[in-house]
Design a protein around this ligand. Sequence first.
Ligand code: DC
Length: 217
Amino acid sequence: MRLNIAIDGPAGAGKSTIAKLVAKKFGLMYINTGAMYRAVTLMAMRKNIKASDVKNLCDLMESLSMHFENDKLIVNEEDVSEEILLPKTSQNVSNYASILEVREKLVHLQKEMAGRYDVVMDGRDIGTFVLNNAPFKFYLTATPEERAKRRYNELMEKHVKVCYDDILNDIIKRDHIDSTRKINPLTKAKDAVEIDSSSMGIKEVVDYIVKYIEKSL
Ligand code: DC
């Protein structure tokens, strides 16, 4: 069996930072599935394709080739890693990620990647669906306020002008859409280890996960 590690949790829980470090520690490939949903959202918005316009959304996805180069997500030869993190994408991504056809296409790609490589994959439905047989599953949470604070600081560091209240509202709205959507909603897998990182530093969370895995290997 492949050494696949699933990390799920709500927006801003620190999944990508933690997953990246865990992947580095074990020499695994890191797959950020949220980035893939964001990339479809960005490309659709550039072409003014609404989430409800499934026919054009499907045609668009057929025209996209997506792969990771280390931490960078490359779509049709373009590095979109920075642009997909901007608030305009964040505010719309949950709507596009609720569309069955979008999920089917991206889940297929994600399963293919995990079949080919040992991976750390983070997202919303990884432990419950995409890699439901993964030997290691973690569910990372933190309070909405703490998550909003982290996203706010992250964007300020990148000199993106944002307002804390807008970020908090967006996080609360996305939590709701992501956890109540019909197809593979955000939920903790029964066999996932839950970690509330509200009052834990990055290193503390990474050390906890690494020790947990090392003990079982
Ligand atoms: O982790 P993130 O905030 O970058 O994810 C962006 C959005 O993508 C999130 O609001 C929900 C969606 N998503 C999803 O539905 N399933 C995944 N496996 C990953 C992300």
